[in-house]
Design a protein around this ligand. Structure first.
Ligand SMILES: O=P(O)(O)OC[C@H]1O[C@H](O[C@H]2O[C@H](CO)[C@@H](O)[C@H](O)[C@H]2O)[C@H](O)[C@@H](O)[C@@H]1O
Length: 247
């Protein structure tokens, strides 16, 4: 269990010293009412391109989204960046196609069960992804208990992992998380030999913070203070953008 500590704003870091790992929703872009409501502005794509160059390729997006979703939302800028999707279960390096990961057929049954359970409730969003299905209740917070119970039942039946997040519960393939994805990248070039730093806002990011700390680096929590394995904190997406621009 993490403790709640007072975390300072991180100092400006020297880009030559670090390998940088960035969460997407809530870190690089603000949260929207619905998953497809997120907007990536040209300033962000320009920032990502600059960072990839300045860091000599030691930049990775580490997201709960699928790689396909990130490509659609961010556009061609993802081609120059390592992209890890599906909470660590899929990964792609620049110029190399992502290794194929089998999509459990059970995810189709999960998607159907989610839709059936909330049919007629337009405030609930079912998001089908490459290696998971998310049930979003941001539009109807009262549905949280029912959503969590259903996800728990389906996870037990199908052997899937329950991933909680901000106003969302998701069933996804087990066996990887953001921490294991960062560790795998840190084991080889160009990331190895530099301090890993991970920025993220959600509970799925805690595994990434913990792994970066274990590897001699740090985690930067984005948003309000809470119990966390992170070692520093930035208030919001605007503060993240300013901190990244100063690297
Ligand atoms: O790891 P991340 O890159 O932060 O992705 C985590 C989840 O982000 C998305 O959901 C969240 O953002 C939505 C859009 O702002 C918001 O409506 C929702 O309430 C948030 O939970 C995405 O839709 C999920 O698939 C990701 O797992």
């Amino acid at each position: 269990m993490h403790q709640q500590r007072t975390l300072a704003v991180p100092p400006a870091l020297d880009s030559r010293d670090i390998s940088l790992f960035l969460d997407f929703d809530g870190t690089l872009v603000g949260l929207a009412e619905r998953p497809d409501g997120v907007v990536v502005d040209p300033a962000l794509t320009a920032l990502l391109r600059r960072l990839a160059e300045r860091l000599g390729g030691r930049l990775a997006l580490i997201s709960g989204r699928s790689i396909a979703q990130l490509d659609t939302l961010i556009g061609p800028a993802t081609a120059a960046i390592v992209v890890v999707g599906s909470h660590g279960a899929e990964s792609r390096r620049p110029g190399v196609p992502a290794a194929a990961v089998a999509r459990p057929v059970a995810l189709d049954a999960v998607e159907a069960a989610f839709r059936r359970a909330f049919v007629g409730n337009a405030a609930i969003v079912v998001e089908a992804k490459s290696l998971g299905v998310a049930l979003h209740y941001r539009g109807d917070p009262a549905a949280e208990t029912a959503a969590a119970a259903l996800a728990g039942q389906l996870a037990a039946v199908h052997g899937l992992h329950v991933q909680k997040g901000k106003m969302v519960v998701e069933l996804r393939v087990a066996g990887a998380d953001k921490g294991s994805a960062i560790a795998a990248l840190m084991a080889g070039p160009p990331f190895a030999g530099h301090r890993p730093v991970f920025l993220g806002d959600d509970v799925t990011d805690e595994a990434g913070f913990a792994r970066c700390v274990a590897l001699g680096g740090g985690g930067i929590l984005v948003g309000p203070a809470r119990p966390t394995a992170a070692t520093a904190r930035l208030a919001d997406v605007a503060a993240v953008r300013a901190w990244l621009a100063a690297l």
